[in-house]
Ligand binder design. Sequence first.
Ligand SMILES: *Cc1c(COP(=O)(O)O)cnc(C)c1O
Length: 400
Amino acid sequence: MLEEQFKEIDRIRFAVGTKILAAMQKNKLEYSHFAGSSGYGYDDSGREIIEKIYADVFGAEDALVRPQLMSGTHALTVSFFGNLRPGDTLLSVVGKPYDTLLSVIGIREASGSLAEFGVNYHQVDLLPTNEIDFAGITNAITSSTKMVTIQRSKGYSTRPTLSVAQIAKIISTVKAVRADIICLVDNCYGEFVEEIEPSEVGADLVVGSLIKNPGGGLCESGGYIVGKRKYVEAAAMRLTAPGLGKEVGATLGTNKNVLQGLFLAPEVVANALKGAVYAAYKFEQLGFNAIPKWNEKRSDIVQAIEMNTAENVIAFCEGIQKAAPVDSFVKPIPWEMPGYDVPVVMAAGAFVQGSSIELSADAPIKPPFTVFFQGGLTQYHAQIGIDTALQIMKDKGLIA
Ligand SMILES: *Cc1c(COP(=O)(O)O)cnc(C)c1O
């Protein structure tokens, strides 16, 4: 049943893997590049090669790939602050952005937000059918619109994930109004799920986290920003200091893991996707609603399942935790997390703290009790996680 889906995942894995290998060969990656640097990090040839390889893999002019980018949120923050000035407007075109960005933008009040620096924010929601409001986007653009932000992954909402083809259509809609509007894509969870990336269809900046897909499970910290040279450079001036930009930044021994992680990433992403397909299939068979469906085309690694009751959600997360290589003996319980209006339950037993390319699950305890599940460095571990979750639900008498 699942073979057809797995075959398509393997086809993309091969295409992306081939592209990454070619970029490493073209840029003459060699053993000495793994040495890295300390102090200011001047002339770190490994760092420079990493950024050339990333630019090539993403079909971009330039890249900033650094352990000093502390998370996806930080990489996005640096991209916004580096490129937006007081009086500019940032426009989100597929509804409310990812939760952590609310404070960055100032939608939720926070010290140091874009709003505090005089950057305006405007939002175009999806249509009630969850479709993209192209006419609304065209109408929302004004003379102050400097940047459009497009979130590829559904993140922790249940809208459909955007395909690269849909992102291309949004970008051409924006560029038809004014070609100099910077189109930024939040690519978190989307990397290498499709053969091409948003930077290959006109995105000016594409941003993500190295403890998600492109780190291949090996990166211990970091983020990436790829795109048009002037916008990447503007982000670098904000990350380091005006005048310094990309020239500084010690890599402190991280180069090998960034490169080997990228080399493994197509395999790891394929494994995570097979786990997601397997989970969707198993839970749909039991009558649960899976988003996306097991046989739908995917553009990120996140699998949402509506579990209908709090007991189901908690049992599911217990199973994922029990199947983890790290902290398998811990029992996840819902807690009042800062910034959330309801308790949240999480399962993670990862080698890298918070890494969500490793098998993990999160759920806010509110109807329809949706659990968001992602990752799995190996296909068999993702399947063991799902099977363990199903077994615990069975043991508790929640499913037959
Ligand atoms: C993970 C994620 C981010 C950034 O999250 P961090 O935890 O800061 O790395 C931003 N947007 C989306 C859609 C994400 O999935």
